[in-house]
Structures are given as C-alpha cells and as structure tokens.
Design a protein around this ligand. Structure first.
Ligand code: ADP
Length: 617
C-alpha cells in the first residue's frame, strides 16, 4: 500500500491516538493482572538465573520435626534453644542469628539457662516482631534479660506479595510507632551482616552502605525493600546433629530457627514455588547481602521512558515507512518489548514486563489501524476526486464543443457563401456571443484552480451588500422566469462589505442559480438578510430537492454532486459551491447550510460588514 503523507490535522489526530495508546498501555500496566504477570515473569527469570554455587557464609540450624519430637515439642523450645546454642558456640561460629521470638516469660530456670547460653554466644542477633495495637504499632522485643545478651536486634517481619503471597522482597528497615515517636529496626539479616562485617550502616536516600558493600535500597513507605536472590544453596543442619557437624559451623554465620512444618508459624512461598521457613528467608537475604550481587528496580521514569520509546519508534515507522517495512519495524519493537525485561534482568535490573509490552502492542495496533484506514480513505477520496475531475473535463469538453461547432459552422458559411447582410450580421453576432460563452467557461475552470492555489489576488474594494444582491437578482431573473419561480427579497439589505466585488457577485450569483436549478417550477426562492453584531447573514432559501445530512457534509467538496442532483439529469460539475466557499472564506467569512431531502435548502453567507454607513455603488 503506498504511503500517504499526513496533513497537519491528521498528524495531530495520529499523535493523539499514539498518546492514547501509550496512556492506555501504561494504565493497564498498573492493574492487578499486570502485577501478576510481572511477578510470573520475575519468578521465571529468577529461577533461570539462580546464583552460582559459591562460597556461602551461612548455615541453617533447623529445629525440625525430628528435634521437636525427640525433645518434647514447642513447649520445650527454650531448653532446645539452650542446648543448640551451647553446641553451636562450641563450634566457634562467626555470628548467630535466632529467629524464635523470645518476648514472653517462660519457666524461670529455663530462662536463666537460656540467658547464660545467649551471653556466651558471639555476635548474637535476636528477633523483634512488629505488633499492632489499637492506635499504633510497637515492637515485640525479646525479654530484657535476653536482649541484654544480644549484640543486635533485627526485625523478622515477613514481606509477602499482596496478590500471590510470594516472598520476593525484604524490608531492610521497619518502623513502628507514630510519626514523632518512630522506632526503627533493621532487618535481622542486615543486622547480622553488619555484625559479621564489623561495620556500621551508613544511610543515604537510595542506598545503605555496610563497609565496602553498597546496598541499593531506596527509602520509601515500603521501608527500603531489597529483592532477595533466592537459590543460594545454604547448608541445613538439624538441631539434633550439631555435635556431629561442628566442623561445618566454624567461622560461619548461623541462622537458628524452627523449620518443622507443624510448628513454624512463618512459612513462606519463594519464587521457586518452594514453601520455606522464615529463618531460611533471612539466611537467603543474608547471602544476598553477602554476595553484593543485587537486583535493582529501575525508577518509574525509566520504565515509562522505555515504553514511550516503543510508542515513538512504532509511530514513526508507520508514518514514514510504507507497507511491510512499517509492519516489520513494528514487529521488531514488539519483540524488543518482550525481550527487554530479560535483557535487563541479566544486567540486574528488574523492568516491568506487562506495561511496556502493553504499550508496544497498543501502539502497534493503533498505528497500523490508523494508517491502514487513513491510507484507504485517502486513496478512495483521491480516486473519486480523480473520476469527478475527469467527468468535469468531459463535461467541459462537451460544453465547449457546442459553442465551437456554432462558431466553426457560422464562420464556414460566411466564408463559403456571400450572404445577405442581415444573415451575416446574425451569424457574426452568434460567433461573438458563443466565443464569449466559451471564454467564460474556460475562465471558470481556470478560476477554480487558481483560487484553490491561492493565486488569485483578492481586491480590497468597498461596496454595499445590497448592490451585489440587486445585480445578481437582475441577472438571474430570466432563469427564474423560465421556470416560473418567484424570487422574493423581503428584508432591506444594509451594510458595507470590503473585498473583491466581482468574486462576491460570482458567489452570490451561484447560490441563486443553484436555488433555481435545483427547484421545481412554480416555487419560491427567498433572499433574506440578517444583521448580527458585525455580521451580515445573506441567505438564499429554496423549496427544491434538498439533501440529506451526509450529503450536506460534502457539499463544498470540489466536483461533489448529490445523488438526487445527478439522477435529475440537471447539468452540473460540482465546482460552483467549492468556489463559493473559497471566496467567502478568503473574505474572512463562512458558509452555513441547512437542508432536508425534498424540503428545500438554505445557503447562508456569513460576512463581516460595516453598518455605520451604507454606500450604494
Ligand atoms: P453544480 O450545481 O454545477 O453541480 P455546485 O458546486 O454549485 O455544482 O453544487 C454542488 C452540488 O450541490 C450540486 O450538484 C447539487 O447536488 C447540490 N446543490 C447545490 N445547491 C443546491 C440546492 N440549492 N438544492 C439542492 N442541492 C443543491
């Protein structure tokens, strides 16, 4: 399909459509469906790019089913912890993080033994959980006797996705309390990491630094979320087996927690689809921090920028390339939109999947549809204009042939025969009038083209509106008489016009001849004038064939004729009204038409006039 250059209004419409596609695509990117798809894509990508089995620094000590069964269940959790800690400490770990809430008082003897074990533990981190009261939130910290033994407290508040309940992120900080009395805890994993590094946490709005490690964690209402890179192959040792595997604990950071399905209250789903205990989430987050290999989310602006780029490229492709080339570029962009998240993920950037792809699809479909229909419409229009133009040329040729034949015939007779004077006078008069008709015909055709091209210079004369009306009424009266049509002029016409008198006469004359031409005999054509502020409204109303609303819209198009007019056999070219409209608009006015099929039409010229003095020229 050939490419058709868009004119300015069409260009705006096209750009508006693309903007709409961008907006709709972006909005769909914010729906819950989009969030689910984005998560699904994220999970596939994470699973496909599991961290390489490296030098893990942590070990998980699991209080599992077997331990609970052998040691009296959760009732005995404190003695279980005490024994596990004593055995762990003997193995000389680097640090120990416990994910068992110790905020309630237990058996005093048990608690004292646990306190002793805690005090003997190096770099110990204990958990705090956030609890909501009626009016605020507060920290559920370990009992002071336990907290006093810890090097740090860390929050163990789980962060799960609100749509699918999967744990992908961890809030590196959690704040309890009201604005004014804010009480912050770092995440258990971060606090443990800080202790193992022997460094403090340096905060900036978009990252946290611990020693030489910079953690991308932007401050937000979600509390500096960090994407956990699951998939670290962390050694898990049952709390029952610590003495046998002490060598595996030496120099490691130990995460100690309940993993038994029957007892762990915080089991979560990870992107691998595995149901894991909370303590493993902390260990995986710790390994993520430890590896220094972070996934980042780009800013909303970059994601929008990427989507906008897709729209712009697709828009330009369909604007400047023709046919299959535009579709090819469009499809390349679609492929790019689908591949972009994968490309960026390999560069540790988690771009949304749905939004930019939706924008690309909407833009592709929008641009392709627009161009398809626009080009088709343009082609149809130019085809029909061409055929009308040809018809007009045929008509003109036909019209020219009649005066030409008369001129030729008369001149031949005059040269061949010697005629009586009266006869030769009659023939030469006919030659004169026919050649004038021919000249007028040619002039009309030339005028149309020149006016359309803006080649005709419009004079700036002052003349009264009534003089135009009078001249034209005088000229059309023989036509009206032929059909027994009464022309009435009921209102006085005031106002002085400025412009090209000849063109203005031509325009008004055309409206009158049309009214007569397209009306049956014995009807009335009325001319009225209305003054409205600075405007003069000159109307010609007839009782003729009229036209429907659709035809009314096209009436000023060059070579356009209504079906009824064509069918009636009344000769016409469909040029007159297009010239009338051009003349009126060149004079700063406008045309208005009302019409109903079989019920007559009313053509009104709305012109700016000066009513201060009336000059009758
Ligand atoms: P032409 O009369 O030579 O066809 P015009 O440009 O003057 O060309 O008019 C275009 C068409 O508009 C006409 O062919 C006719 O279908 C319609 N038309 C114009 N004036 C009237 C009218 N007064 N009543 C009904 N139809 C009209």
């Amino acid at each position: 399909m050939p490419r058709v250059a868009l004119k300015t209004p069409a260009k705006w419409a096209y750009m508006g459509l693309l903007a709409l596609c961008f907006l709709v695509g972006t909005l769909t990117g914010w729906t819950s469906l989009a969030a689910r798809v984005d998560h699904y894509a994220y999970d596939i990508l994470t699973t496909a790019t599991a961290p390489t089995a490296g030098d893990n620094q942590s070990v998980l000590i699991a209080i599992d089913e077997e331990t609970l069964r052998a040691r009296g269940g959760m009732r005995n959790i404190r003695p279980i912890l005490t024994q596990a800690l004593n055995e762990i400490v003997a193995a000389r770990p680097k640090a120990v993080a416990i994910d068992v809430i110790l905020s309630d008082k237990g058996d005093p003897a048990d608690d004292t033994r646990l306190e002793e074990a805690l005090r003997a533990t190096p770099k110990l981190v204990l958990p705090s959980d956030i609890v909501a009261t009626n009016t605020t939130t507060t920290w559920e910290d370990p009992l002071p006797q336990f907290a006093g033994a810890a090097a740090g407290l860390g929050h163990v508040h789980p962060e799960v996705d609100r749509y699918d309940g999967v744990s992908r992120e961890l809030s590196l900080e959690q704040i309890a309390g009201l604005p004014g009395h804010r009480d912050r805890r770092w995440a258990l994993a971060l606090e443990t990491f800080r202790l193992t590094r022997g460094a403090s946490i340096i905060e900036s709005p978009d990252q946290l630094s611990v020693g030489e490690i910079s953690i991308p964690a932007t401050q937000s209402s979600a509390g500096r979320p960090l994407l956990i890179r699951y998939g670290h192959n962390i050694a898990t040792i049952s709390a029952m087996n610590i003495p046998r595997q002490q060598a595996d604990l030496r120099g490691k950071t130990v995460f100690l927690g309940v993993t038994a399905l029957s007892a762990a209250r915080d089991r979560l789903l990870n992107p691998y689809g595995q149901n894991i205990p909370g303590v493993e989430v902390h260990a995986q987050a710790f390994e993520t921090l430890q590896s220094g290999n972070f996934l980042r989310r780009p800013s909303d602006v970059s994601a929008l920028g990427l989507a906008l780029l897709f729209t712009v490229v697709i828009g330009l492709a369909f604007q400047f390339l023709s046919g299959w080339r535009a579709y090819l570029v469009g499809m390349i962009i679609l492929a790019a939109a689908h591949y972009a998240p994968v490309f960026f993920f390999h560069r540790d950037l988690v771009f949304p999947y749905f939004g930019p792809a939706a924008v690309a699809w909407f833009s592709f479909i929008g641009a392709a549809t627009y161009q398809h229909f626009f080009v088709r419409r343009q082609l149809r229009r130019s085809e029909s204009e061409k055929s009308r133009y040809q018809q007009a040329i045929h008509w003109a040729a036909h019209e020219m042939r009649t005066p030409l034949t008369a001129i030729q015939g008369s001149s031949e007779i005059m040269t061949r025969y010697s005629l009586p004077e009266a006869k030769s006078k009659q023939l030469s008069e006919m030659i004169n009038s026919e050649s004038k008709r021919l000249a007028r015909l040619i002039q009309t055709f030339l005028d149309v083209e020149r006016l359309a091209d803006g080649q005709i210079e419009i004079k700036r004369e002052h003349f009264s509106a009534s003089s135009i009306v009078d001249t034209c009424l005088g000229r059309v009266s023989p036509l009206a008489d032929n059909k027994n049509i009464t022309i009435s002029l009921d209102t006085p016409i005031k106002g002085q016009l400025t412009g090209d008198r000849e063109l203005m006469e031509y325009a008004f004359y055309n409206l009158l001849t049309n009214a007569i031409k397209y009306s049956p005999a014995e009807t009335r054509v009325s001319v009225t004038a209305e003054h409205n502020g600075k405007n003069l409204r000159l109307s010609v109303r007839d009782q003729g064939m009229g036209m429907d609303a659709k035809e009314l819209k096209n009436i000023f198009r060059k070579f356009y004729r209504t079906k009824t007019a064509e069918a009636s056999g009344i000769a016409g070219t469909g040029i007159g009204l297009s010239i009338v409209e051009q003349i009126v608009t060149h004079h700063g006015g406008r045309m208005e038409v009302t019409s109903q099929p079989a019920n007559g039409s009313c053509f009104t010229m709305v012109l700016t006039a000066d009513f201060s003095e009336v000059i009758n020229k």
